[in-house]
Design a protein around this ligand. Structure first.
Ligand code: G6P
Length: 610
């Protein structure tokens, strides 16, 4: 949520910040702003819309500076407007500040500050921090100390950067609940809300932890806790290259990421099979695997697409480990009084590793004594660092707001965990080896499905004007139906519902008429005949039907309007194959509607607010 980039060094910060903000636009894109020190004054420029709008304004003004901070916003408090865009500033504009997160006690603080004579120009929660800092600076504190004192009064989450024309040699940054990374350059330093804007400048980074504040000079960094303790931070090496975060010739990141899936799936599996023993090798779980196998219960918690992966995980783990599994929205888990203890294992799934609800649910489960595992893509992310143990999915950076390759990699890793724990329970070596054999065929099968891109694009043409869609599947394919519907909603703004196919007759069937397309996930499995009956029910009501079916199925074509034929696999791996045509269909419908696929309205890639 919201992107942050800052630079201090010898060069002009403007192009560095603008390029960085563009890389971060997936975190929010309703307004943007930059603050820098020009001729001993804080220069601030903001604009509504994407970073490109800000860029035009800056190019026209031709300002430059060797210290600056930039922000791309996803609105929480106060709509997208130039007043509400960051940076925010104090009355004499000597201090400017950008912030990612939410200040929960802002109305109390605002009341106090108003009573002290402070004036507010925006509707944001952020503005209270800049006035609080101003108050402490006026009492004689340095910017570094004033920021720490201000943050001691603040409740909520923040990743923030502050500059002041009175101390032009530093950027002060802080973190609690929202990520903040410092990039270490040569005679220059960088700050950002994640590593993507940093990697073209440096591979050396420092991840701030919660309650830490740093003073970043061009040639040194000093870090303290909010409570004034000096700390030495470890410098880490980031292994990511520019190709991984560029479109590589594709029109959209989403299409690139869909097409990358044979490779991302391979990467998620690489080196993780122990074929001889019919099991998986997951280094991150080595010390806890017996505890997982002995848990009374496994609870999977996540948000959005990652929650759908969790639902598939429930089917896999229950089928092969015999351990009862529950799946819960992280946002619900954290706000009830969950009965969780040391006998439970909780798996938190998150692409970004930064989703606020998932992180908070994980910390709550940890507090209650459960073993907490992180299944994340974001290397070095908060969930990865706070969990007891975990597994990286290794899907590579995912930039498109609608998650695609992360989902299939999450499923691969859930299958690996199922293998590992299943083998410690009742799964035989031969059964484990059969699963491994089948998993190894998945990347090639995905490749086969991706060849259907043109066929799917043609089908999409027929449905550009549809107002509603129904996605239906059973068993392992029910979560896929939910995920297919979510993909369509997110990027095409068409209302879509996923449903267990058999539940259709208990409600959604009332919606079916000749204008209602229904997508059936109809593989040749044990419930195939039942799915065919559900197809007949829709057909009898003149609904338009698209079926995702097996290449072996020669009878379904005569029953439905469109078929997309895909290779077979074992039940537990079917979701990985079945979701691919649904990703492509959603993508092509949205493109044909002329919509911004990579940055759909109102959404953000990484939701670091509640
Ligand atoms: C946002 C994104 C979704 C994502 C969800 C969970 O809503 O738009 O695509 O599935 O957050 O994100 P996470 O990073 O925790 O998987």
């Amino acid at each position: 949520m919201c992107g942050i980039v800052g630079y201090i060094g010898e060069d002009n910060c403007v192009p560095i910040i603008l390029t960085g903000l563009k890389r971060l636009e997936y975190r929010g894109y309703d307004s943007a702003g930059i603050g820098m020190l020009v001729n001993d004054k804080c220069y601030i420029q903001k604009s509504v819309g994407k970073v490109a709008v800000l860029e035009e304004i800056l190019e026209a003004g031709a300002v430059s500076s060797s210290i600056g901070i930039g922000h791309t916003r996803w609105a929480t408090h106060g709509g997208p407007s130039s007043e509400n865009a960051h940076p925010h500033f104090n009355e004499d504009r000597s201090i400017s500040l950008i912030h990612n997160g939410i200040i929960e006690n802002y109305s109390v603080l605002k009341k106090e500050l108003l009573a002290e004579g402070y004036q507010f120009v925006s509707e944001t929660d952020t503005e209270v921090i800049v006035h609080l800092i101003d108050k402490f600076v006026k009492k004689g504190n340095s910017l570094f100390r004033a920021t720490r004192k201000a943050l001691a009064e603040v409740e909520g989450a923040y990743g923030l950067c502050v500059i002041s024309n009175k101390e032009p040699d530093k950027i002060v940054v802080a973190r609690k609940g929202s990520p903040l990374v410092i990039g270490i350059g040569n005679g220059a330093n960088f700050v950002a809300s994640d590593v993507t804007p940093l990697i073209e400048h440096t591979s050396k980074v420092i991840y701030l932890d919660d309650n830490e504040v740093a003073e970043v000079y061009k040639d040194k960094i000093r870090t303290k806790t909010i409570t004034d303790e000096e700390i030495i931070k470890e410098i880490q090496e980031v292994k990511m290259n520019l190709d991984e975060i560029s479109k590589g010739g594709y029109k959209h990141f989403m299409l690139k990421e869909i097409m990358e899936q044979p490779e991302s799936i391979r990467n998620s599996m690489r080196g993780r099979f122990l074929y001889e023993f019919g099991t998986a090798r997951l280094g991150g779980l080595r010390t806890v695997q017996d505890r997982i196998a002995n848990s009374k219960r496994i609870i999977i918690s996540a948000c959005g697409t990652s929650w759908h992966a969790g639902l598939v995980g429930e089917y896999m783990l229950e089928q092969f480990t015999g351990i009862p599994v529950e799946v819960e929205y992280a946002s619900e888990f954290r706000y009830r009084n969950p009965i969780v203890d040391k006998n439970d294992t909780m798996i938190f799934i998150s692409q970004s590793g930064e989703t606020a609800d998932t992180l908070a649910a994980m910390l709550e489960a940890k507090r209650r004594g459960a073993l907490v595992l992180g299944l994340v893509n974001g290397v070095g992310s908060s969930i990865a660092r706070e969990s007891d143990a975990g597994v990286y999915i290794h899907a590579g950076p995912e930039i498109g707001v609608a998650s695609t390759k992360a989902f299939t990699s999450q499923l691969v890793v859930l299958a690996l965990i199922t293998l590992l724990i299943g083998r410690k329970k009742h799964m035989s070596q031969i059964d484990g080896q059969k699963i491994i054999d089948e998993m190894q065929t998945i990347p090639d099968k995905v490749e086969e499905i991706l060849k259907l891109n043109e066929q799917i694009e043609k089908i999409a043409e027929e449905f550009v004007d549809a107002k509603n869609f129904l996605y239906l599947g059973r068993g392992y394919n029910f979560p896929v139906a939910l995920e297919g519907a979510l993909k369509l909603k997110e990027i095409s703004y068409i209302h879509a519902e996923g449903y267990p196919a058999a539940e259709m007759k208990h409600g959604p069937i009332a919606l079916i008429d000749e204008n209602m397309p229904a997508i059936f996930l109809a593989p040749k499995d044990s419930v195939y005949d039942k799915i065919i009956s559900n197809i007949e029910e829709v057909k009898a009501r003149k609904g338009k039907i698209i079926a995702i079916a097996s290449v072996r199925d020669n009878t379904i074509d005569s029953l439905v309007d469109y078929t997309i034929k895909i290779p077979d696999t074992i039940r537990m791996l079917m979701p990985i194959l079945n979701v691919i045509p649904l990703q492509l269909l959603a993508y092509h419908i949205a493109v044909k509607k002329g919509l911004d696929v990579d940055q759909p309205r109102n959404l953000a890639k990484s939701v670091t607010v509640e």
